[in-house]
Design a protein around this ligand. Structure first.
Ligand SMILES: Nc1ncnc2c1ncn2[C@@H]1O[C@H](COP(=O)(O)OP(=O)(O)OP(=O)(O)O)[C@@H](O)[C@H]1O
Ligand SMILES: [Mg+2]
Length: 494
């Protein structure tokens, strides 16, 4: 066995994140770890890579008891990790980020970085990932998907034996996922091992040799991937099976247009003509770089459009700032929860407050009791795993942070809610809960403009689908005529 973890336990204040968890990894295998949001997957990976110390338990590498109690030690043992929450420096260039704290050094001059070599090597890793991109560009200027790919380039720049990928595909699209899977297969052939965490169970069936399941911090079991099907895995994860429900019972009324765009142009998109009906879920789909998020930024006034017409409830409107959008009853859930979606260092209830201050305030006085009550209600509604509403959002698992990010908007007074990849990192059970809630608000007259790269999500809950390619809308499909093949064709420009 290349790696064995025995009886690993870890407690955080108020939460037993891991309890006597066993895990083992063979050389040259892809071993997936699955479990609900908050099950303890990332915590185990943080311990394996020396970021967190564990309370008890042992690690064996090649049957030798080994301490992994610092990032450096883990690295020395050949462990490299792609974190679920990106860890890049936005103000450094792509090539600088790839090498992080250990850039290639000049042999002759002490402490000097060998820039020529750094550039050359960075290019090799970008080529491996099939990325054509100017490596001098600052990482902060890249889309979330591209940042994720740089994060992967950074991890493979270490000479690793074990590569941990914690939800690597949550924010990338199909085309990048394919590239990653090819690379993983190459690593396997070289006898290197991958620990792969994902909520996309289809991916796991495709790529994993074995699958281990965690539930509420406890080890459930390890299974050979070819021997089990997705339903079986869901059952192990949730302790129940999922009702297989399609959600597009049409709730929209095609007679009332709440938002319309005509000849709308801006950074990353052009000639957009679009109508959003009252009470519908209209989905924008497409490959990464198609201009969907840029379009959402313009509607919300975060990066205003250059020209064109925007009508809200049939009235010409100007949206130059998110304030204008909010005043018009438009909300926007960002795909980038860490930087744009949450006040990550603040309490959960303060995050709820931030979007709903008007509802909690009367005569300039905030009703704290009401805020706490609503925070508790939303916590139950979205099943947010949190010991108390004062918990810092920073300390929540990735999927639970995503649930906070969406719950903030649900209680607000809105006519139009734009949701950009609403279920990034959310487990299968919680996904269905979110779909139900989105359907509930559309039934109450809110219109939802959804951006999604998740094909099942797109097919399951949309009333209509618009496919974008290269900044333009390349086609429209009604939910009953849509299928994966049609969408993929339109998304690749056909
Ligand atoms: N630094 C921390 N302080 C306090 N609690 C924490 C901290 N990190 C994680 N936790 C808690 O430990 C539990 C396990 O979290 P973890 O991030 O490992 O879950 P996960 O399985 O990766 O979930 P997800 O699928 O949402 O990413 C959660 O209840 C989480 O809130
Ligand atoms: Mg996690």
């Amino acid at each position: 066995m290349l790696l064995e973890a025995k009886k690993i336990s870890k407690k955080f204040p108020g939460v037993q994140a891991l309890k006597d968890v066993d895990f083992n990894l063979k050389a040259g295998e892809v071993h997936a770890i699955i479990g609900e949001n908050g099950a303890g997957k990332s915590t185990l990976m943080h311990i394996l890579s020396g970021i967190y110390e564990h309370d008890s338990g042992e690690f064996y590498i090649n049957n030798k008891l080994t301490k992994l109690n610092s990032f450096q030690k883990a690295k020395k043992n050949g462990i490299s990790i792609v974190f679920q929450e990106r860890s890049l420096f936005p103000n450094l260039s792509i090539e600088e980020n790839i090498f992080g704290a250990s850039p290639p050094k000049n042999k002759n001059i002490f402490f000097q970085i060998d820039w020529t070599n750094l550039s050359k090597k960075a290019q090799e890793y970008l080529d491996q990932l099939n990325m054509t991109i100017n490596k001098k560009v600052l990482v902060g200027e890249l889309s979330v998907a591209r940042q994720q790919m740089i994060e992967i380039a950074k991890a493979i720049s270490n000479d690793f034996k074990i590569l941990i990928l914690d939800e690597p595909t949550a924010s990338i699209t199909l085309q990048e996922t394919e590239v990653l899977f090819e690379l993983i297969n190459e690593f396997k052939k070289e006898g290197r091992s991958i620990i792969y965490i994902s909520h996309r169970l289809k991916e796991i069936k495709k790529i994993a040799d074995r699958v281990s399941v965690l539930k509420d911090g406890e080890y459930v079991g390890t299974f050979n991937s070819p021997d089990v099907d997705i339903d079986f895995l869901v059952n192990k994860m949730l302790g129940r099976s999922l009702e297989n429900k399609k959600f597009n019972d049409i709730s929209s009324s095609e007679d009332e247009i709440v938002l319309s765009l005509r000849n709308f142009n801006g950074h990353g998109f052009k000639d957009i003509n679009l109508d959003l009906f009252k009470g519908e879920i209209l989905t924008l789909t497409g490959l990464s770089g198609a201009g969907r998020t840029e379009l959402a930024y313009a509607i919300f006034g975060y990066v205003p459009a250059l020209n064109g017409q925007i009508k809200i409830y049939n009235k010409d409107s100007k949206i130059n700032h998110p304030k204008d959008a909010i005043a018009n009853g438009i909300g926007y859930l960002s795909e980038n929860r860490k930087e744009l979606g949450l006040f990550i260092g603040m309490e959960y209830r303060e995050n709820i407050e931030s979007n709903n201050l008007d509802k909690f305030t009367k005569n300039y006085i905030i009703n704290w009791g009401k805020r706490d009550k609503v925070s508790n209600e939303l916590k139950d509604k979205f099943d947010i795993k949190i010991p108390h509403i004062q918990q810092l959002v920073l300390n929540l698992s990735g999927g639970n942070q995503q649930k906070v990010s969406i719950s903030k908007w649900i209680y607000a007074n809105l006519n139009i809610l734009i949701v950009d990849e609403p279920t990034i990192g959310v487990d299968v059970g919680a996904k269905f809960a979110i779909y139900k809630i989105l359907k509930e608000i559309t039934n109450n007259g809110v219109s939802v403009l959804m951006i999604s790269s998740d094909i099942n999500e797109t097919l399951n809950i949309s009333d209509r689908i618009l496919v974008m390619f290269d900044g333009k809308i390349n086609g429209e499909l009604k939910s009953d005529e849509a299928n994966e093949e049609k969408i993929l064709k339109m998304a690749s420009g056909l």
